[in-house]
Design a protein. Structure first.
Ligand code: GRF
Length: 187
């Protein structure tokens, strides 16, 4: 199975996907291409593993350019800390084959503006008792696609947005490979 990963940041989730395709936790799959919408450490990780990689600067032509370079035989497009919004046509063309990871328990704390530390700040502000991570299908509605897998943990009274971010990342590393297996296996 051929996986394309889209990143905008440090790419620790990308690293986890690369590692688990290489060690067989995600069997019979490989990351064939990494696409970034800005210069970021995620690209460096791809280079370190000799994975094809390309930077398409974010902007209005991003989705069109992405369409042109994603190989036809791609089985799954994974958004792993990817910050651009994909055009509805792109989402429709690849319907059921694009997934995203979100650092909260959707449908709570999702939608426009809910990314990165904004999410963890909002969760602390709302005095939530639990948080977690969600992997979901990508549709044209932001963070609205069907949820594939979620995992939660209890928030400690001493937790800060930063400590939450760390705990959420740990959950993400667990559920992302499982969610990918679920999607690839069910086809
Ligand atoms: C993750 O928390 C993900 O849920 C969010 O952005 C973060 C990316 O982290 N969308 P990394 O680049 O994988 O380290």
């Amino acid at each position: 199975k051929n996986i394309v990963v889209l990143v905008s940041g440090s790419g620790t989730n990308l690293q986890r996907i690369i590692d688990t395709t290489e060690n067989g936790e995600i069997p019979n799959a490989k990351v064939t291409l990494v696409v970034a919408d800005r210069e970021c450490f995620g690209l460096e990780r791809a280079r370190n593993h000799h994975i094809d990689n390309i930077l398409i600067p974010r902007g209005k032509n991003f989705s069109a350019e992405l369409s042109n370079i994603i190989p036809e035989n791609t089985d799954l497009i994974v958004l792993a800390g990817f910050l651009s919004i994909l055009k509805p046509e792109f989402c429709q063309n690849w319907n059921g084959k694009i997934i995203n990871i979100h650092p909260a328990l959707l449908p709570k704390f999702g939608g426009k503006g809910m990314w990165g530390m904004n999410v963890h700040n909002a969760v602390i502000e709302a005095k939530e008792k639990i948080s977690g991570a969600s992997v979901h299908f990508v549709t044209s509605g932001i963070d609205e696609g069907e949820i594939i897998l979620q995992q939660s943990f209890e928030i400690d009274e001493n937790d800060t947005p930063d400590s939450l971010a760390q705990k959420v990342h740990r959950v993400e590393y667990e559920i992302f490979p499982k969610a990918i297996n679920k999607v690839l296996g069910s086809r």
